[in-house]
Design a protein around this ligand. Structure first.
Ligand code: NAD
Length: 323
């Protein structure tokens, strides 16, 4: 079985590739990634074929899609603040990019397309937990582009019978999540600051809540969806219904590090939602055997990975000085 992973050199994508490689039915994994935020090094140790190119480019998709049993479409410009700085770029990569992938999947009669959407689509709809049937109320261009992603997928299912599985990720974290400066997600930003002895920067009061999901769990669900050919007539949440405030996240981090950290508060950012918690019942009914990695274990794995990166960077800096 051949599987194509768009955005496979990215944070979540590289974990999906790694997990796919452990499945005996999967004989070939091909990654399409323009390396805009992804890194080829994320695929070191895998045998995946890396095709550098954009999902907006038909010639790239026509080259890699033939013979694929599934496409896992993760390629996107994945950030709320980035989309506020450059809404058109988000739209092109996320909405037009998805449409281009779906068109190519239709052309090549691909039996399944799994796509990444986001909890950000719930936006201003404050009801908790977030049920898939709730009205989406996007608050950012990113959220709109992700709503377009899942809506196009469902439209392709309705109009062309394309088996799709659009999945709303919540706050995914873990090893290989990039820092990306001001665009950084909260867990890598906090872990890096804590390890470097800098204050942790909180936007708002820190009582905003998130449903953090460890990246290994996300990869496990996506790979099970591929191997079991799961396709449902609606979008599904991919999170397990936990609700952790940023202040609680910091306490977890302090317990993992065995010391207190310093924090600073800045103004809440536009486009950020206040609270996020999934109703994970559809997910649990589709994948009853998958148990999420607990937050504490996920933070430990992330800290360990980050410390390894820092050691590597220190060794490389020392080696370059020695030359
Ligand atoms: P990431 O930036 O690490 O991965 C995105 C990948 O897509 C990168 O490797 C990037 O180089 C690639 N890419 C971007 N534009 C491309 C294009 N035009 N053609 C080919 N490749 C392109 O981010 P991630 O966190 O791994 O996100 C993966 C997916 O999950 C995205 O669709 C994102 O919107 C979605 N998502 C992530 C989270 C999260 O918490 N990380 C939450 C909700 C949704």
């Amino acid at each position: 079985m051949k599987v194509v992973v768009t955005g496979g050199a990215g944070f979540i994508g590289s974990h999906v590739v790694q997990t796919l490689e452990g499945v005996s039915d999967v004989t070939e994994v091909v990654v399409v990634d323009d390396l805009s935020t992804g890194r080829a090094e994320n695929l070191l140790g895998t045998t995946a074929e890396m095709v550098q190119g954009s999902v907006l480019d038909d010639s790239v998709l026509d080259k890699v899609l033939p013979g694929a049993a599934s496409v896992v479409h993760l390629a996107a410009v994945p950030s709320v603040p980035r989309s506020i700085d450059d809404p058109l770029r988000s739209h092109h990569a996320n909405a037009t990019g998805t449409l281009t992938v779906l068109e190519a999947a239709r052309r090549h009669r691909i039996p399944q397309v799994v796509l990444a959407s986001s909890s950000s689509v719930y936006g201003a709809n404050t009801a908790l937990p977030k049920r898939e049937a709730m009205r989406p109320m996007p608050l950012s261009p990113y959220a709109v582009s992700k709503l377009a992603t899942e809506s196009y997928a469902l439209a392709y299912r309705a109009c062309f019978g394309l088996p799709v599985l659009p999945v709303r990720f919540f706050n995914v974290f873990g090893p290989r999540q990039p820092l990306n400066g001001v665009y950084s997600a909260v867990v890598p930003a906090f872990v890096a600051a804590a390890l470097e002895g800098r204050p942790l920067r909180i936007f708002g009061d820190g009582r905003q809540t998130r449903d953090f999901t460890y990246v290994g769990t996300v990869a496990q669900v996506l790979v099970a969806a591929v191997t079991r050919r799961v396709s449902v007539p609606d979008v599904i949440n991919l999170a397990f219904g936990t609700r952790t405030s940023l202040l609680e996240l910091i306490t977890e981090l302090e317990e993992v590090l065995g010391r207190k950290v310093e924090v600073t508060h800045d103004q809440a950012r536009p486009g950020d939602v206040r609270d996020s918690q999934a109703d994970g019942s559809t997910l649990r009914s589709l994948f009853p055997d998958i148990q999420p990695v607990p937050l504490r274990a996920g933070i430990e794995a992330t800290v360990t990975w980050r410390m390894g990166q820092d050691t590597l960077a220190a060794r490389e800096a020392a080696a370059s000085l020695a030359v």
